[in-house]
Design a binder for this molecule. Structure first.
Ligand SMILES: Cc1ncc(COP(=O)(O)O)c(C=O)c1O
Length: 317
């Protein structure tokens, strides 16, 4: 007896819900050649109620749309319409588990009459969104970081407030260097030797009970998780400050942790071959990690409208 194969993952691609495995793009896609695209990493968590709760969806979509405007990309949808697309995509995929959403808006093809070459005007635009199951992938015992020899480019070179696809070659080189040397992640300094960020996360240190992170207006992405953690720390009565940090501040910190949509709150237990504190996740990092994990799963009161919930209905294929 044969059974009907389970349909594969569904993507949103150029205005339609399609089979993610067979969706196509022309080889001439400009975003592929020149890095002229902008993306987001968004998480949805399975709640105890069986619904999926997307964390800070409005903020992620706002950042995507702002980045798209910067690159003259017309996403072709408002934030409200994108929210509906996300809900429909989650329903069609029917994943009853924690989920990662990756929207990417990019330059597609030259419009008639446009001179070939690198450019933003006279090029058509596209938006695709892929979805995958993704649980917590960070080791409970914490991670070890290298301070990268690659520097974070100045925002006068590449805008850093948007997640611009081409800019991520810097992050990829830094992470590759760290992984090749046996570390879990890379911390990058800016061109003045100040702590910029990790490969895909913001950096925090804890010293004398105070949580410190570099200001959001430097050569770094102002992370949504960073903002969440600063808010949660204040709720918990943990003092916080925004101040520039250098490599020495990392080495003399009592605790170091990273924040990002992918990694959540991730304690760093070693930097450049030296232990951070006693080489185990410290108390402040641990309480912030637990509080963050409870918040994204709707297990704490007062989530400030951060959760957009969708019921998982039968797929509408
Ligand atoms: C370079 C970089 N910095 C920081 C972050 C953390 O940002 P968020 O907390 O908004 O995910 C990310 C991840 O998106 C990133 O790619």
């Amino acid at each position: 007896m044969t059974s009907t194969p389970r349909p594969g993952p569904v993507a949103y691609h150029r205005g339609a819900f399609v089979d993610a495995a067979t969706a196509q793009l022309p080889l001439s896609t400009q975003g592929l050649h020149y890095g002229t695209g902008v993306f987001e990493g968004i998480r949805a968590h399975l709640l105890d109620t069986g619904e999926l709760a997307v964390f800070r969806l409005d903020d992620h979509l706002e950042r995507l749309l702002a980045g798209a405007r910067l690159l003259r990309i017309d996403v072709g949808a408002t934030r409200h319409e994108l929210t509906e697309v996300v809900g429909e995509l989650l329903r069609r995929n029917g994943l009853a588990t924690d989920v990662y959403l990756r929207p990417v808006a990019y330059k597609l093809g030259l419009l008639p009459g446009t001179r070939p070459g690198v450019g933003l005007s006279g090029v058509s635009d596209a938006l695709s969104i892929v979805v995958s199951a993704l649980g917590n992938y960070q080791p409970e015992q914490g991670i070890r970081c290298l301070v990268s020899s690659w520097r974070r480019p100045a925002r006068s070179a590449i805008p850093v407030r948007a997640k611009i696809t081409g800019g991520y070659v810097n992050n990829a080189l830094a992470l590759d260097e760290a992984r090749s040397a046996g570390f879990d992640d890379a911390i990058l300094l800016d061109d003045r030797g100040r702590v910029a960020e990790a490969s895909t996360a913001n950096v925090f240190v804890v010293r004398d009970g105070r949580v410190v992170t570099p200001p959001a207006d430097g050569d770094r992405l102002p992370g949504i998780t960073r903002d969440t953690v600063l808010t949660l720390a204040a709720d918990l009565g943990v003092p916080t400050a925004e101040a520039e940090l250098d490599g020495t501040d990392l080495l003399r910190a009592d605790e170091v942790f990273l924040t990002g949509t992918g990694c959540g709150v991730s304690p760093v237990i070693g930097i450049a071959g030296r232990p951070v504190g006693d080489g185990r996740p410290g108390p402040v990092s641990t309480v912030l990690r637990d509080t963050y994990d409870e918040t994204v799963r709707g297990r704490r009161p007062g989530t400030r409208g951060w959760l957009t919930t969708f019921a998982l209905e039968e797929a509408l294929r």
